[in-house]
Design a protein around this ligand. Sequence first.
Ligand SMILES: [Zn+2]
Length: 406
Amino acid sequence: MSEWWMLIAAFWAALLFDCVKIFPARWRRVFIAGAWGRTPRLRKKIRALARARHARVAVSPPLPVAWQAFADDLPFSFSPEGICNVTVGSVGAAPPELRVARSWKWQDIRSVEKKGGRLWINDRDFCAVTGYADAAELWALSSKCARLGDDARAVFLENVLRGWFRPSHLRRALARVGARTVTLAIFASINAIIALSLSVYFLAGGPDVVGDAWAKYIVRMLPMIGLYAAVIHVAALVFAWLAHRKLAPGRGAQRMSILFGAAFLPPQVFRLRAQIAAATLPAQHPLVWLAAIGSAGAFRKRASLALRDLRWPLAPARNPDRQITERIAEWMRGRVMIEAGRLLVLRKITADELLAAPEADGAESRSYCPRCRDQFTKPDGYCSCGIKLMPLKKERRGLCGDGFCR
Ligand SMILES: [Zn+2]
């Protein structure tokens, strides 16, 4: 019996181990997961099942029908003048830590390299590697910007940014990935059910429960069940290969690395749909994800954080080239605000609603921090985050004085 325990524990541990992902330090990613079917009726459930977390550790559901995706705050800001590593419009309660603000004019960028999950520009640590740009893409972007004139560069950069804010494009991509991986999900689910049934049978002392005759019959059938499971395993791998080839035709190396592990570790087949979805869904801003498939509450919460980060940004710990960094970040904030505004219209929410001053939480409260929403008894001054306090709304008439109340 003990060898069954060990085998079963090792099998499921391999699956659960694969479900946990830890991202590099100094960067929090937004992890989005859900499950969906092919029919329009089931697709409606995307919204109910999808959830988003902004953290360094992601735990995905160990379900063969589940999909997952990773989205990121913008790891850098750019403008026609250059690029800096200041994050604007973060959807996290705690924005990514920035030790030193670095900014470069486009024509001064000589190299972009990837080192340990980070991008380095001109041999200086710059920002985290995200779905928006790896080293080669950032190098291509900077080389193109260095070649273009000022006006053409502004148009080009606005187009690049707009490409990260396309909810309808994301919805179409989700539907496409869902449809392409549905056969894979069915085969993987069959094997998951077989594995789960056998695990429960042996762990719960099945042979004693069903009696001698049935126990012998099941033992006789085990090789046949194993053969079925092996055939289904191969079928799932074939459909995974076909799905990835259709969704990402130019990425053969990525396809091989995803399928190689699953070929020799059967529990990993249960995660193939999630892995293919994460690898092939387009890089989109987390707010786009929430606008496209998030619940109203989740969208409001993250949109409010993003707007507050745009309106009342935190100063970096060290900022050697303060003026150029601030000019670049300001240009980016203006453009991101426009894109965020489009998403708010899509979800029928106004910025005024999200940024309105809160009701006082006590008779003594006089002011609040518009960024972290903490309340204070002093009438003015600064919050510990460095933002100037604003007067509190005293009555429902709306006396907020920040220009955002209706
Ligand atoms: Zn504050």
